[in-house]
Design a protein around this ligand. Structure first.
Ligand SMILES: *Cc1c(COP(=O)(O)O)cnc(C)c1O
Length: 483
C-alpha cells in the first residue's frame, strides 16, 4: 500500500488533509467528464464492453488511488449516464439535488447502520423522527402509524404485501403466518391491481409463494385509471368462486402514464370485502410537495400503507424509499428479537432497534438525505421543482396534441407523456435509437399494441424552448427514418 493512500479516516490531521485532496481530485475527474450537455456519449455497446474488459479485474499489487482514478476517468466516466442532462428523459430515474450528494458523503464517511441503536444512535433517532414527519405529511396519525426506509419502491411494495397477507390471514382465518407458515387456503388468496401497475406486484406475489396468477389485473379506463365497475365485478366473481381477496393496490402515478387510481372508490370496496388497500406512490408521492397539484393525492391517506420513492420525483440519490403503515401494528410482521442485536430489555429502556421494522438487517442511513433536502429547500423549493416537471409535461402534451405528426393518447396528470410519431412502429423505434446515438435518451413502451415513445420529465432545468427543439428534432429524424 502506498503511503499516500490512507486505509481509514481518523482524527489525524495528515489523513484528513490527504482525504480532502482525494475528494477534490475525484470531483475534478467528475467535472472533466461534463464535456457537453448530452446525456450519453452514444458509444456502441460492443465497443464499450471491450474498453471495460481491458480494465482488468484484480491486480496482485495495488496501483494506488491516483492511477485508478485516472483509469476510471478515462474509461468509465465518459460513458456514464448523465442524469443531470436535460436530454435525459426515459425513466423515473432522476438527477440529484446537490445537497444530497453531500449527504451521501456523510453517510459513507460514518457508515452507520440502521439495524440497531448501537450501530447508529443519531441515525436511528433521525429516521424515527422523519418517519413520524412523513406519516403526518401523508395524512396519517404519527402516534398510531409506523414506517421504515427501504431500498426502493419494489421493496416497499413487497413489505406492504407481506404485512397485508399476515394481517388478513390472522383476521380471516385466525392463522399466524409468522409462526405457522402458510394457511391451507393460501392458494386462494388474491391481490387486485391495475393492468398497468408496476411489475413489482407480480414479483412480490411470486416471492410470497402465491404466483403471478394470484395477481388479478383490473382493466383501466380511457384515462388509464382502474375501472371501478370492473373491480367490483371481479371481486364478486372471485368471492363467489371461493377465492379470498386480501389486498388491493391503488397506483398514484403509473410508471408509464402517471395516471392516478381512484383510491376513494377502491377504499369503499376494500372495506366491504375486508381487504388491505396499499397505495403505490413510488412515482406520484412527490406531488405532496406541490402547492398547485397536491390535491391529486388527496385520497392517499385512505390507504392502509403507502410506498414513497425519494429517488424519483424528489430528486434524491439512489437508493431512498419508505413504506408507511397507517396501523403500526401491521408492520410488526417484521418484528423479531435476536440475542446479539436487539434484546427486548434494551427496547424497554428506550433503545430503538429498527431491524424489527425492515426486511433488511444492515441498512443505509438514507433518512439523512431526506432530512437535508427537506431542510435545505422547504415546501417552497420542492414545490417549484415538482410544478416545473408537471407543467413541462402539460406543455409538451399540448404542443404535440395540436400537431398532426404525433399521436398522444393520454393527457398527463404527472410528468410522463406517452406519444408516437404517426408513422408506424419501425419509424418510432428507429427514431429512439438515432436520438440515443446523438446523446438524447428517451423512453419507449407499448400502448394498445403500438410502439410508443415516452418522455419522463423530472429535470427542473428543462425549458419550453428545449422541449420545442426536441419536438422539431424528432420530426426531422422521423422523416429520415422513413427513408
Ligand atoms: C419505480 C416504481 C416502482 C419500483 O420502485 P423501485 O424504487 O425502482 O424499486 C414501483 N411502483 C411504481 C409505480 C414505480 O413507478
Amino acid at each position: 500500500m502506498s503511503a499516500t493512500d490512507p486505509v481509514l479516516l481518523s482524527e489525524s490531521k495528515e489523513i484528513q488533509d490527504r482525504f480532502s485532496e482525494m475528494i477534490a481530485e475525484t470531483l475534478s475527474s467528475v467535472f472533466r467528464s461534463y464535456s457537453d450537455d448530452s446525456a450519453f456519449s452514444g458509444i456502441d455497446p460492443y465497443e464499450l464492453r471491450d474498453k471495460v474488459g481491458e480494465l482488468g479485474f484484480l491486480p496482485e499489487n495495488g496501483r494506488g488511488f491516483e492511477q485508478v482514478l485516472k483509469d476510471t476517468e478515462k474509461v468509465i466516466l465518459p460513458h456514464m449516464l448523465r442524469t443531470w442532462s436535460t436530454k435525459y428523459m426515459p425513466h423515473l430515474h432522476s438527477p440529484v439535488l446537490t445537497e444530497t450528494i453531500c449527504s451521501e458523503l456523510i453517510i459513507s464517511c460514518f457508515n452507520d447502520s440502521m439495524d440497531s441503536w448501537d450501530q447508529g444512535p443519531a441515525a436511528t433517532e433521525l429516521e424515527v423522527s422523519m418517519i413520524r414527519g412523513l406519516a403526518g405529511l401523508f395524512g396519517y396519525v404519527p402516534d398510531t402509524s409506523d414506517g421504515c426506509f427501504t431500498s426502493g419502491g419494489s421493496q416497499s411494495n413487497i413489505s406492504a404485501i407481506i404485512a397485508a397477507r399476515d394481517w388478513y390471514c390472522m383476521e380471516r382465518f385466525g392463522w399466524d403466518v409468522k409462526m405457522n407458515g402458510l394457511p391451507p387456503e393460501y392458494g386462494k388468496l388474491r391481490v387486485y391491481t391495475s393492468e398497468i401497475s408496476h411489475f413489482s406486484m407480480d414479483k412480490a406475489s411470486h416471492i410470497l409463494g402465491m404466483g403471478y396468477s394470484a395477481v388479478r389485473k383490473i382493466p383501466v379506463d380511457s384515462k388509464c385509471r382502474i375501472d371501478l365497475k370492473e373491480f367490483e365485478r371481479m371481486l364478486k366473481e372471485d368471492v363467489d368462486a371461493g377465492l379470498y381477496p386480501y389486498c388491493a393496490v391503488a397506483t398514484f402515478g403509473t410508471t408509464d402514464f402517471g395516471s392516478i387510481d381512484d383510491a376513494k372508490g377502491m377504499r369503499e370496496l376494500c372495506d366491504r370485502y375486508g381487504m388491505h388497500l396499499h397505495g403505490d406512490a413510488a412515482y406520484g408521492s412527490g406531488l405532496i410537495m406541490s402547492r398547485r397539484y397536491r390535491d391529486r393525492l388527496s385520497a392517499i391517506s385512505l390507504c392502509d400503507s403507502i410506498t414513497i420513492d425519494f429517488h424519483k420525483m424528489f430528486l434524491l440519490p439512489i437508493s431512498c424509499s419508505a413504506i408507511l403503515m397507517k396501523d403500526g401494528e401491521r408492520l410488526k410482521c417484521f418484528e423479531l428479537h435476536a440475542d446479539y442485536l436487539n434484546r427486548e430489555e434494551d427496547e424497554e429502556d428506550g433503545y430503538i432497534n429498527l431491524v424489527g421494522k425492515s426486511m433488511q438487517t444492515t441498512r443505509r442511513f438514507d433518512a439523512l438525505k431526506v432530512f437535508m433536502a427537506f431542510q435545505t429547500r422547504g415546501v417552497e423549493g420542492f414545490s417549484r421543482i415538482i410544478d416545473t416537471a408537471v407543467g413541462n409535461a402539460s406543455y409538451f402534451f399540448d404542443r404535440i396534441s395540436s400537431d398532426d405528426a404525433f399521436i398522444a393518447p393520454v393527457e398527463p396528470e404527472l410528468s410522463s407523456v406517452v406519444f408516437a410519431l404517426d408513422m408506424g412502429d419501425d419509424v418510432n423505434k428507429r427514431v429512439r435509437r438515432m436520438l440515443l446515438s446523438e446523446g438524447t435518451v428517451i423512453g419507449q413502451t407499448v400502448k394498445d399494441g403500438r410502439v410508443m415513445l415516452k418522455f419522463t420529465l423530472l429535470n427542473p432545468n428543462l425549458t419550453h424552448d428545449m422541449i420545442d427543439s426536441i419536438i422539431a428534432r424528432i420530426k426531422e429524424l422521423g422523416v429520415q427514418a422513413r427513408c
